[in-house]
Design a protein. Structure first.
Length: 83
């Protein structure tokens, strides 16, 4: 995953039980990594979260909104696209 203003190296994210590496653009380039996820938007408010992610090497992405109801987060809307 690309490190950005939204996602710092200290962010703990796991996929299939494995910690996701968060790398800077320079680190990705240095390691020759071209396939990585970018968090383009992450807006967390009191009871809603809007997000957009992209996987640029495949030209794909996703976006959506979660809403917190009765203490639980639920999917309100989402979309997936491919260029």
């Amino acid at each position: 995953m690309l490190e950005s203003d939204l996602i710092k190296k200290t962010f703990n994210l796991y996929k299939f039980g494995q910690k996701v590496r968060i790398l800077s653009t320079l680190e990705l380039k240095k390691e020759g990594i071209n396939d990585y996820v970018v968090i383009d938007k992450l807006e967390v408010k009191k009871d809603t979260t809007d997000f957009e992610i992209s996987y640029k090497i495949e030209g794909a992405g996703s976006g959506g909104k979660f809403v917190k109801e009765n203490g639980e987060w639920k999917v309100l809307d989402y979309s997936v696209w491919e260029n």
